[in-house]
Design a protein around this ligand. Structure first.
Ligand SMILES: Cc1cc2nc3c(=O)[nH]c(=O)nc-3n(C[C@H](O)[C@H](O)[C@H](O)COP(=O)(O)OP(=O)(O)OC[C@H]3O[C@@H](n4cnc5c(N)ncnc54)[C@H](O)[C@@H]3O)c2cc1C
Length: 342
């Protein structure tokens, strides 16, 4: 009989993240499809009462917690110790956790201490012929593999965005607090503050409904023989601020800076979508001034509805890579779209 432990980090407000709630739904489905399986939730943070209430009705048989000031901020040493304590207490054979920075950092080490196997970037966990199977992508999302392991414990770090988050009613539940032995050596790592961009300055928004991609065409000479970088920056940022979409870029555009050319200063390699960039999961995407070459479009694999604006009717998007291609000047289109958005 499998014993499932779902590890969740509690944030500074005492809440669980969206990725955490997705992992709750994944663990719930797994437990339901494994006859006789039991499952426990293991919470780690300064205080876990509110988080336990948030998921009280998810179906877990037990709620365990490791809490205290030492566990308030994500940190390898304390998180690995907490995970190890929760895994030993629950005698878990399958340990699930969201693949966020907290658990991606701490769980491989904790798995080693537990003598467990660990797999990361899991897209789904299923049961086939009575065996637990995971699905994950390889080679930049080109190959999907189904894998299983006989060895236990087995630690599975679940990628976000693959399942609807658990959204049941909050409730009351008994929380079993595990004694936490805090080591002095943990203080070698301290979180002294958080530096985050202002909400309006933040342009990468994984949860946005729309991905807006800017390509190198925004910096190229236009029909009047001049480039219009300032207007390009204004049009792009105006659209991003008005729609709260997420901003992506082609490789060519972000690389122009390293070649010493004038570029759009708000774009970094973190915005790059594609084979050597990211593979975001927005329901819709709009590419502008971007040619739609394969190494770029491979990053659009999970974008469900794709549109592009390009002057060139033979650009890559026209070769079956977009649902709609507007053969038009992106400056004129975005100027009008921004005007309509008001
Ligand atoms: C190993 C390898 C890995 C790579 N990885 C990536 C990756 O991860 N991501 C990535 O993006 N690329 C990647 N590339 C590069 C990729 O092949 C392309 O070179 C790149 O995507 C081109 O960027 P672009 O479309 O913005 O620029 P360009 O190819 O220069 O295209 C600019 C486009 O803008 C259009 N345009 C110009 N002005 C306007 C206007 N006013 N209105 C509308 N359209 C206009 C032009 O018609 C043109 O189609 C990789 C390449 C290799 C070899």
């Amino acid at each position: 009989m499998e014993k499932i432990l779902l590890l969740l980090g509690v944030d500074a407000e005492g809440k669980l993240s969206k990725a955490g709630l997705e992992a709750v739904e994944q663990a719930r489905r797994l437990a339901c499809s494994l006859p006789g399986a039991s499952w426990a939730v293991g919470l780690v943070g300064r205080d876990a009462q509110d988080a336990a209430r948030q998921v009280a009705n998810c179906g877990a048989g037990k709620f365990l917690a490791v809490t205290g000031d030492a566990f308030a901020s994500p940190r390898y040493a304390s998180d690995a110790a907490a995970a190890e304590a929760l895994a030993r207490r629950s005698e878990a054979t399958l340990i699930l956790a969201p693949a966020d920075s907290r658990w991606m950092r701490a769980l491989p080490g904790a798995a080693h201490r537990l003598g467990a196997a660990v797999d990361t970037h899991i897209a789904a966990v299923e049961v086939a012929d009575g065996a637990v199977q995971v699905r994950r992508w390889y080679y930049r999302q080109r190959i999907e593999a189904q894998q299983t392991r006989r060895s236990r414990p087995w630690v599975l770090l679940m990628d976000a965005g693959n399942i609807e988050p658990w959204a049941g009613e909050a409730g009351e539940t008994a929380l079993e607090a595990l004694p936490a032995e805090v080591a002095e050596s943990w203080d070698r790592t301290k979180v002294v503050g958080v530096e985050a961009p202002e909400t309006d300055e933040q342009t990468i928004r994984p949860d946005a409904g729309l991905l807006f991609v800017a390509g190198a065409g925004w910096t190229k000479k236009q029909p009047d023989g001049l480039s219009h970088l300032e207007e390009a920056a204004e049009l792009i940022l105006d659209f991003v601020r008005k729609t709260k979409c997420s901003l992506g870029s082609s490789k060519s555009l972000v690389e122009l800076s390293s070649e010493g050319q004038a570029v759009l200063p708000f774009l970094t390699h973190l915005h790059q979508v594609g084979q050597t960039g990211s593979t975001p999961r927005h329901p819709k995407g709009l590419a502008t001034c971007c040619h739609g070459e394969e190494p770029h479009v491979v990053g659009w694999r999970f974008i469900k509805e794709r549109r592009a604006v390009n002057l060139d009717p033979n650009c890559g998007w026209a070769q079956g890579k977009a649902d709609v291609l507007y053969v038009a000047d992106a400056f004129a289109v975005m100027r009008e779209v921004n005007r309509l958005l008001g």
